[in-house]
Design a protein around this ligand. Structure first.
Ligand code: S3P
Length: 181
């Protein structure tokens, strides 16, 4: 597998590393990076947390679907999606169309430790028992993330190691990085 013109689309739970790894992979592959949460924030002029608080989750999901459609219409991108993007089957279909989907995975404790690093940013984890919530949501979403083309567990990987593993997985490893294109 090599990406060709297809988008490299990162899916997976909050804290799995989609945005950090996506940005790093984009730099290595000389591709533009699109983060659907950031797209929603710049489009609406509000943070994701503010949209959840003021307009509710449904309003956020509508904006997220627009972001997905906009990204999926393009090629040669690296796309980081929000952890709930695949709940909408239309989003999944659109992303698959011109993209290779890689699901990033990690153990619940690790996801929470990474996601919790930015307080107030993840409204879904703003609850008394966030670890319980992570487990619940993971159970609900396991089926969705399973539909990705490829899977990478980053539990025991640092960012740099995870990046190399990701690039190798999609056939764009060190050999690929220097291949003329
Ligand atoms: C969400 C994940 C968040 C963001 C929103 C909802 C989810 O994105 O889209 O808070 O439903 O899992 P990250 O996965 O980038 O944190």
């Amino acid at each position: 597998l090599a990406l060709g013109r297809r988008n490299l689309v990162l899916v997976g739970f909050m804290g799995s590393g989609k945005s950090s790894l996506g940005r790093m992979a984009a730099r290595r592959l000389h591709r533009p990076f699109v983060d659907t949460d950031a797209w929603v924030e710049s489009r609406s002029g509000q943070s994701v947390a503010d949209i959840f608080r003021r307009q509710g989750e449904a309003a956020f999901r509508r904006l997220e679907a627009e972001a997905v459609a906009a990204a999926a219409a393009r090629r040669r991108l690296v796309v980081a999606t929000g952890g709930g993007a695949l709940r909408d089957p239309l989003n999944l279909r659109r992303l698959r169309q011109g993209g290779v989907l890689v699901a990033l995975q990690a153990e619940p404790e690790v996801l929470l430790a990474r996601a919790g690093r930015l307080p107030g940013v993840r409204p879904l984890l703003d609850v008394p028992d966030p670890l319980g919530r992570v487990r619940e949501l993971l159970a609900e979403r396991a089926e969705l993330y399973r539909q990705a083309d490829l899977h990478l567990d980053t539990t025991h990987l640092g960012l740099q190691e995870a990046l190399e593993a990701l690039l190798a997985l999609v056939g764009e490893g060190s050999a690929g990085a220097t291949r003329p294109r």
